[in-house]
Design a protein around this ligand. Structure first.
Ligand code: COA
Length: 250
């Protein structure tokens, strides 16, 4: 598994790196927030695929990131399915792409999710987390630590539900997160997400500035390596650029 993070401030002024199909879809988006998020996820995903293939960034229009009916993404290169799996996420002006080997049609091989360590209400914790996860959150020392733990658990659930390619169509309490806090030299810490039916999704998490990043996979794997290029999440500031201009157009 390899990963890349990018900031929306690195988006090129002109979207000439989109394929004709992606550009046509872009034209249908009316809200600035959705448009920026779509562009940021596509740009981050394409840069990650280009880096994984050893391509220069001039080749981005030849790479397409399309979506299955479920919403799960897949990669085409020069119109042909590429033999790699991808997962995408964005939050507050930053996006992460995770690429790995190809998944089966039924389930992916990997999932990634980015969140801000932001305040989460007691209602959020009791509605979406399992009793054991609620205990884990409650056991943290102070409000900030409890918010960080709630966001970590929520994010890891989303990452695992992306591996399953179901997303938030299912009850988030059908998967339970257990997180380790010992970091390796790159800042990765272990986690595992267990499904009520017995399947386990091992993964990793990290904290960069205000952001919590989680990944989950079908099989145990070393922490993902950083792909060349991109922007450094460790110095990231959350951005909400769409607020001043919510609608696309003049
Ligand atoms: C997958 C999901 C949990 C991600 O939501 P999110 O945290 O708001 O967004 P993120 O930025 O982390 O992830 C978005 C990316 O997730 C991926 N994704 C979407 N649905 C997915 C699925 N079923 N499985 C795996 N990945 C999925 C896509 O790549 C998407 O980016 P893209 O549309 O530009 O390709 C959410 O979109 C979901 O549950 N979707 C399925 C249910 C649905 O479609 N509901 C209708 C909208 S309410």
């Amino acid at each position: 598994m390899r990963w890349l993070s990018c900031c929306e401030e690195s988006l090129p002024a002109e979207p000439d790196w989109l394929s004709a199909r992606e550009a046509a879809y872009l034209e249908t988006i009316r809200f600035t927030k959705r448009r920026t998020e779509f562009l940021l996820r596509r740009h981050t995903g394409k840069r990650a695929v280009a880096a994984a293939l050893g391509w220069p960034e001039t080749g981005l229009a030849r790479i397409e990131i399309l979506n299955r009916l479920t919403g799960a993404p897949y990669v085409q290169v020069d119109g042909e399915r590429a033999a790699l799996d991808i997962s995408l996420t964005d939050r507050a002006g930053w996006a992460v792409a995770l690429v790995g080997s190809e998944g089966s049609m039924a389930a992916g091989t990997l999932g990634v999710d980015l969140e801000i360590a932001e305040p989460r209400s007691d209602g959020f914790v009791s509605d979406f987390l399992t009793p054991r996860e609620q205990e884990y959150v409650a056991a943290q020392g102070d409000r900030d630590a409890r918010d960080a733990a709630a966001n970590l658990v929520w994010s890891a659930k989303e990452a695992a539900l992306k591996v399953l390619r179901v997303g938030l169509r299912v009850d988030t309490r059908t998967v339970e997160v257990e997180a380790d806090h010992d970091a390796d030299a790159e800042g990765w810490r272990r986690l595992v997400v267990r499904h009520v039916e017995g399947q386990e999704f091992p993964g990793w998490w990290r904290r960069d500035a205000d952001f919590v990043l989680t990944i989950a996979g079908l099989d145990p794997a070393p922490p993902p390596a950083r792909l060349p290029g991109g922007d450094d999440l460790a110095v990231a500031t959350p951005l909400h650029s769409w607020v001043t201009n919510p609608l696309v157009g003049p």
